[in-house]
Each structure stands twice: as C-alpha cells, then as structure tokens.
Design a protein around this ligand. Structure first.
Ligand code: UD1
Length: 413
C-alpha cells in the first residue's frame, strides 16, 4: 500500500459478519428451506457453510447476489470436525442449535486467540441450566439432553456468543427460559428476528432480559442480515484519516452512535441521512479518550481501527480496553510505522504524531489488520501488510472497496 489521496466516493457496506454467523448456525434448527440475504463474502462464512454441510444440511451460496439457501431437513452429524471448527471461534455457535435440534453436540473447545483467552464457561453454564449434561474431554465439549427444560439464567457478563448460543438452545425447550444480563448488541436482535420468523417465540432481544417460550417446530424463512456496523465504522475512519469525503450506503446510524460521537469529538464532520452517512475529514484531528464497553458502549472491534486515527491526532489520547484482556496486538506494529503509543495494563496512551512511515507489518488478528490498512493509507512510502487472511475473515472485498474510493493498494498473492 502507498500513501493515498483523500478517499472520495460512495461505499456500500456489506451484511454483518457477526450477524450472519449465528444466523447460519440457527438455520440448523428449522425444517424446510431458509433463504438468507445480504450475506457478506467472507472466509468465516465459508467455514460456517462447510460446517453446516458437514452436519447434513444442504447449502447453496449465490455469491454474486449475496444470498444463501439452506435446507436442514436431514441433520445427522453432531460432531464438529476439528480441522474445520478450530479455524473459527464462532464455530462454537453450532452447539446450541445441535443440542436443541438433535439433543447432542460435540464441538472442539475453542483455544485462546491473539486477543485473549476467550473462555466459553458462560455458554456451558447456560446449557447446563437448561438441563444438558456437559462433558469436557480430549479438547472437546460434549453436551447431551433428551429434552431441554426452560430455566432462568443469569450471565455474569453480557457475552454476545453466550447469549446467542443459549437463545438457540432454548427455542425448543419445554417452558420458558429467561436470560438476565443478556447482551444487547444489534446482532442479538437480528438473530431473534430470524428465529421469530421461523416460528420461535423470543421477546426482549435488544434488552438485558430475554424471554424465550419453547415451541415445537420451526420452519425455514427468509431474512436479510443487518449491515455490518464495524465495517461501516472502519470506512468512516478511512474517510477521516485521509481527510477525504466518503458516503456510506446500507448503514444503520443507530448502531453506530458511539463511533459517530467519537468521530465528531475528533473534529470529523459526520452527517446522517435516511440514505446513509457522510463522513468528511478535516485537516486537524483532535485527540479523544475512549473506553470500550459492551453495546451500546464503544465497540471493542473499533478500538484498533480508531487507534490508527488517534495516532495522527493533535494531542494525547487514552484508550481503555475493558472487553478483552489482550487486545493491543496492533500497537507494536503501529509503533513500527512511527506511532507513539505506551501500554499500561489495559490502557494505551497515544501521543499523536505528524506522520507515519510505511514498512513491513503483520496483521495479528482481524481488527488489528484493519488498523494497519488505515494507517497505511496515510503513511509516507510503502507499507507491506502480511497475514492478510485475518483481514479477509471479516472484511468483504476491502481491497476493491478501498481502490474504488481512490486508495493506492494492491493485493499481492
Ligand atoms: C463477539 C464478536 C466479536 C466481538 C465480541 C465483543 C462474533 C462472531 N464475534 O465475540 O467480534 O469482539 O463479541 O463485542 O459475534 N467471556 C467469558 N466467558 C464466556 C464468554 C465470554 O468470560 O463464556 C468473556 C470473553 O473472554 C471476553 C468477553 O466475555 O472477554 C466478551 O466476549 P463475548 O461477548 O462472548 O464475545 P464473542 O461472542 O466471542
């Protein structure tokens, strides 16, 4: 990547990665055909598709038109292949649907990853409360239940994945399940809307108390995935950092409130309209403080991309990461490009610099990779980013979208 001119033009945001993955997993629950639209073209979707096929689902992905058709009439597998499931943490989301649909599931225990240890204890506590018998051995989690029974479940932390997995497990449970301190992310609401479209009875998604009345049968339905708020936020930063002018289509500004508020605090002009969001970068970028929190707080997934912007802001910014314990892997790479950042436990103190300089850097995880792309857009000379497969897991055709806005980059095989 070389230093780019101010980015200009319109970009269409793809469907949400974090919505489509649980929605695909939830398709295992229904009989008949489901059609899911606004499916982003991502490596993680390929993995989830392969997992569903492995369990016996018929899956057709029309990549040109961005939809997937699934028929899960004959689900006969219950054991997720290690080679497949271990490639993606979100594979664990098949556990709730399999347990609900066929009463058993065996899935590799997700390992740690670059951003932290990421346990699944809350998922398992939820399944156990519903009456599942859980075993952990040889690196796998096994869960069995003849018939799950509704229960009241309190989550110690509003985990997104645990909330989703427990909702999916509870849809066929006998009686009522209540999840307290549930995650309230828009992706939870999208999943509940999809399941309710299939015939489930889920109320309160989007609040911290979700009630699920068990039903006997779910039937396939059609559903369009919500726009990806993190991809949108990343492109907003791309507009701001290059002092460009970008219009984003297919966005829900309500999902982006904290990102928009912080961009405005940085002196970036953001205009919301019914058609989308316009971002207009100014010469002076002001330093701001950020603390990541569960929704509706500032999203942890936007922390690394935002740090790229703050690294060239006027003044000192502080970023506190409260959601994941080790999510500063991008800092070392940004420092190699000339950023001045100090880490103190879960805080990063960023002294804005006048310029960054390109060099060879490595994407250590998805959002860290996005932050390197953003910094490379304004860095002098050339930046070479390796391990871009991390970025392709979660950003649909980011290279093509950036080039269309005027970025000077090429993907080298
Ligand atoms: C999801 C998103 C991810 C995002 C994260 C937080 C998907 C596919 N991924 O991940 O992009 O960064 O939400 O917004 O949707 N935790 C436990 N025990 C558990 C589960 C979680 O301690 O059983 C902890 C995690 O280690 C982490 C925190 O809770 O520190 C948040 O994790 P969680 O909300 O579960 O994130 P994911 O669903 O994995």
């Amino acid at each position: 990547m070389r230093k780019s001119p101010p980015l200009r033009g319109t970009v269409r945001i793809s469907g949400s990665k974090n919505s489509v993955l649980p929605i695909l997993a939830a398709s295992l629950l229904a009989e008949g055909k489901s059609k899911i639209g606004e499916v982003p073209f991502l490596k993680d979707v390929v993995i989830m598709q392969d997992l569903l096929k492995y369990f016996g689902a018929e899956v057709k992905w029309d990549k040109v038109n961005g939809f997937i058709e699934i028929c899960a009439d004959n689900i006969n597998g219950y054991e997720a292949a290690y080679d497949l499931a271990s490639q993606m943490r979100a594979s664990f989301l098949v556990m709730g649907p399999l347990l609900a649909r066929i009463g058993k599931a065996k899935v590799p225990l997700p390992g740690g990853c670059a951003i932290g240890s990421r346990p699944v204890d809350l998922h398992l506590k939820g399944f156990a409360a519903l009456g599942a018998d859980i075993k952990q051995q040889n690196g796998y989690v096994e869960a069995y239940a003849n018939k799950l029974k509704g229960a009241k479940i309190y989550l110690d932390f509003p985990s997104v994945g645990a909330t989703e997995n427990i909702i999916m497990a509870a849809v066929y449970a006998e009686g009522t399940t209540i999840i307290e301190n549930a995650a309230v992310e828009p992706e939870i609401v999208d999943l509940a809307n999809y399941l309710n479209g299939m015939g489930a009875d889920i109320r309160g998604a989007g609040t911290d108390s979700i009630k699920i009345n068990g039903v006997d049968k779910l039937k396939g339905t059609s559903h369009n995935v919500i726009p990806d708020r993190i991809e949108a936020g990343t492109f907003m930063v791309a507009g701001a950092i290059t002092r460009g002018e970008i219009f984003l289509e297919n966005v829900v500004s309500d999902h982006l409130k904290p990102v928009i508020a912080k961009l405005k605090e940085c002196n970036v002009e953001v205009t919301e309209s019914e058609k989308g969001i316009k971002v207009c970068g100014k010469d002076v970028i002001k330093a701001v403080d950020i603390k990541t929190l569960p929704y509706p707080g500032f999203p942890t997934d936007m922390q690394a991309p935002f740090m790229s912007l703050l690294s060239i802001a006027e003044g000192t910014s502080m970023v506190i990461e409260t959601v994941f314990e080790n999510r500063f892997m991008h800092v070392g790479e940004l420092k190699r490009m000339g950023a001045q950042i100090k880490i103190e436990s879960r805080s990063a103190i960023i002294e804005g610099v006048k310029k960054l300089t390109g060099t060879q850097v490595r994407a250590t995880d998805l959002r860290a990779g996005a932050s390197l792309i953003l910094s490379a857009l304004v860095a002098e000379e050339t930046t070479e980013i390796s391990d871009i497969y991390h970025i392709e897991r979660g950003y649909s055709e980011i290279d093509k979208k950036l080039i269309a806005l005027g970025a000077d980059l090429e993907k080298v095989k």
